[in-house]
Design a protein around this ligand. Structure first.
Ligand code: ACO
Length: 437
């Protein structure tokens, strides 16, 4: 392990500010963000090396298990993931919901609930139905539609939700929990792709045996086998977004897991937190903003007006990085390369680089405002023809690796999260009956 004591933000200064700025939530060996130097490490490995030499599957193994796998371990991990991408039952269930109207992130969150083993849900006839969606067994299980006694089903449901044994509090992470993590890491890409397909009126697809997780996500979304370049570009994207310190969605997952709720709930909470425009939702907003600006020549007047109105510029700034986000260092040039081939994309990319110049010139050294991970990723996704409002689901496809790794790490020494609030209200107010107010 590398000695971190020569890094500028070491030893850790713990001064807590609004938004828990500076607070230390837990110890971790999973990832390290050096905000001053703009460096990112997973398990001690530099993100630039992982993007150059690794794959999303290998990086996920590294995050989960703490070391790089042997070839044999990697091959069998890839097999497990591919098998768990096969979720026809969850796909069928998902199609019964109005996902066209729900929005992609809400649908994705719903999908993680539908993935639960032994699901119980209620249909429009107010009857309870039970289904079994152990992903690898899905091919052999026909959807069960036998109505059940509602009280019994509700009880079973509660038992399942509350099923974590007391032993979990004694630092045990069960094989079942690790299995659930594998299912989520493989299932979320399939759900995300299904959402994209179903919205366009297509039938969901099954994964192909000869594609990587990144390749299968693209194939299941578009119905077309990706080129090698597209598969690699998506793979690098997934590596880049896989983990990032104690960000809001990771923290949300940990808070839920710390109550000894289950991993599906924890990951669903991560998805919910990621969806906001201050977090992962920013990648959608950036592309909309670049389109609104309407070209590099219009950047100066747009930026002047936006700053005059006191607006924050989406895709810039970060709680931790006060220097250039290393992920944007990879995504920016990647977007540039892809834009070379595509006239329409070039307009978007040129607008982005012009905006970057102006923001850095005015806020870079003064406030440490630089592009973050979300500034260029949308242009990369646009090059593959992915609809704009699906971009945040791609972030989740990747980040589920980090969420699950950190949840497992935290559960091994679990203590419920329970911070305090500083009370600034009044006390002992006289209660006035309603007719006298
Ligand atoms: N544009 C202009 N100024 C900014 C920006 C921005 N995007 N971000 C921060 N600032 C300024 C603030 O106005 C503030 O200035 P002040 O000291 O004069 O008041 C200063 O920088 C500190 O900003 P905070 O809002 O306190 O920073 P915080 O750490 O709370 O927020 C956040 C971080 C949410 C990322 C913020 O920078 C932001 O809103 N950025 C735009 C949304 C975005 O791109 N989100 C994606 C982040 S990456 C991710 O989550 C995957």
């Amino acid at each position: 392990e590398r000695d971190l004591t020569d890094n500028v933000d070491w030893p850790v200064q713990c001064t807590v500010g609004p938004g828990l700025e500076g607070a230390i939530a837990c110890e971790t060996k999973i990832g390290y963000v050096n905000g001053a130097q703009g460096m990112l490490y997973y398990r001690g490995y530099n993100i630039f090396d992982l993007c150059a030499y690794s794959s999303f599957e290998e990086t996920t193994y590294l995050l989960l298990h703490g070391r790089l796998p042997s070839q044999k371990e990697l091959d069998s991990f890839k097999d497990v993931l591919r098998k768990n991408m096969f979720i026809p039952k969850t796909q069928r269930l998902l199609m019964t919901f109005p996902i066209e109207d729900m929005g992609p992130m809400a649908s994705l969150r719903l999908g993680t609930n539908l993935m639960r083993q032994k699901q119980t849900y209620r249909d429009s006839d107010e009857q309870y139905y039970s289904t079994d969606s152990i992903a690898s067994d899905e091919d052999s299980i026909a959807m069960e539609t036998k109505p059940r006694g509602s009280e019994e089903s509700r009880f079973e449901f509660m038992k399942r939700v509350m099923k974590r044994p007391a032993s979990a509090a004694k630092n045990l992470v069960s094989a079942e929990e690790i299995e659930s993590c594998y299912k989520l890491i493989a299932g979320v890409p399939s759900i995300a792709a299904t959402i994209g397909r179903v919205r366009e009126g297509h039938i969901p697809l099954e994964p192909l045996p000869d594609l990587s997780l990144a390749g299968n996500y693209l194939y299941m979304l578009t119905g077309r086998k990706p080129t090698r370049l597209e598969e690699r570009v998506m793979d690098i994207n997934l590596i880049l977004h896989a983990d990032h310190g104690m960000n809001a969605s990771t923290f949300a997952s940990l808070v839920v897991a710390s109550t000894l709720s289950d991993i599906y709930f924890a990951i669903g909470s991560g998805i919910a937190a990621l969806s906001g425009p201050l977090h992962g939702g920013a990648n959608v907003e950036v592309v909309k903003m670049l389109e609104t600006i309407g070209g590099p020549k219009k950047v100066a007047s747009w930026y002047k007006k936006a700053r005059g109105e006191g607006k924050k510029i989406t895709g810039f700034g970060h709680r931790v990085y006060k220097s250039y986000d290393p992920r944007a260092r990879i995504l920016g040039p990647m977007a540039g390369l892809l834009a070379e081939e595509n006239e329409q994309l070039r307009g978007l990319f040129d607008t982005a680089t012009e905006l970057e110049k102006q923001v850095i010139a005015s806020l870079g050294s003064e406030k440490g405002i630089y592009p973050n991970v979300d500034f260029y990723s949308g242009i990369v996704y646009r090059s593959m023809g992915i609809p704009t409002d699906l971009y945040t689901t791609i972030f989740a496809v990747s980040r589920v690796a980090g969420w699950t790794s950190r949840v497992l790490e935290y559960l091994a020494h679990n203590r419920i999260f329970r911070p305090r609030a500083f009370y600034t209200g009044t006390l002992e107010e006289p209660y006035i009956p309603i007719d006298q107010r």
